[in-house]
Design a protein around this ligand. Sequence first.
Ligand code: L14
Length: 348
Amino acid sequence: MSVKGFHVAVVGATGAVGQQMIQTLEKRNFPISKITLLSSARSAGKVVRFRDEDVTIQEAKPESFEGVQIALFSAGGSISKELAPEAVKRGAIVVDNTSAFRMDENVPLVVPEVNEEDLRGHNGIIANPNCSTIQMVVALEPLRKKYGLKKVIVSTYQAVSGAGAAAVDEMKAQAKAILNDEEFEPKLLPVGSGEKHYQIAFNAIPQIDKFEDNGFTFEEMKMINETKKIMHMPELQVAATCVRLPIGTGHSESVYLELEQSGVSAADVKELLKDAPGVVLEDVPEEQIYPMPAYSVGKNEVFVGRIRKDLNEDSGFHMWVVSDNLLKGAAWNSVQIAESLVRLGVIK
Ligand code: L14
């Protein structure tokens, strides 16, 4: 690694995740010699503070990646499909936070606590998994390693910021309108381009992304397919139900899992997760200690609690998994991948 650091680009610099990427790079003191902030033409010209300097955001074009060594993308799948190959062509390693390349065989899909070594096989693009997938696999991996994993059934309680800053604004406006007995017209959720839109304030919407023919939504299928890929377990039984709740930031998940090994106790599981990388165990029911999304905001870790053994299935366990969807679910995992690339010597 050079002493001065790397030329890093952030694509989607004005978005909910892009903003967190910039702040995370700064907080982690990532070795940066130059930062290039890119966005759509609409947001170009805005100025962002980075390490006590004003950086002007530029419109993302193929030429923008000249000299860039690491490019963090979070500007939507179509921008990634168009510009990530352009960045790679110019010598950059891309960490892409969209679903554009995640299931591509030639693209490692990485959560450093689980499969950091997969980074060595990259071909220029590395994919950052879906937010809901990331926090779940961080909690599952120690169990898979020690006891083997057979089956996972998850229900999510997802925050609105996953759908972008505009969706959070819409939720707040709806809440205000409801408290004032005023009319409002939902426009963004569950899917911006969809035919129908529903109220999110004081509601729960059992749809995140579009439906596939099999009855699952894309978000649910992402959790299913990405989990198998990250854990190298095509045979793992996984099912997901993804639900949007009126929460600003912080995804929660109720996870049911079955181990390969029987005879394991809840205490064994707690003991294992207590020291697991990236995990904070918050599990003292007698003292009402358990993770909650409101208290996960701004933190990089995955919080796990409510661990208990199933009453019928000896190898079955239930747990509650919470994390900041914009950080471990997106920006922090991307920056963490960049840190791993440096530490493993994959990028020099
Ligand atoms: O796949 O709407 O990275 O909360 C993450 C946020 C999918 C949509 C992804 C949301 C997106 C999801």
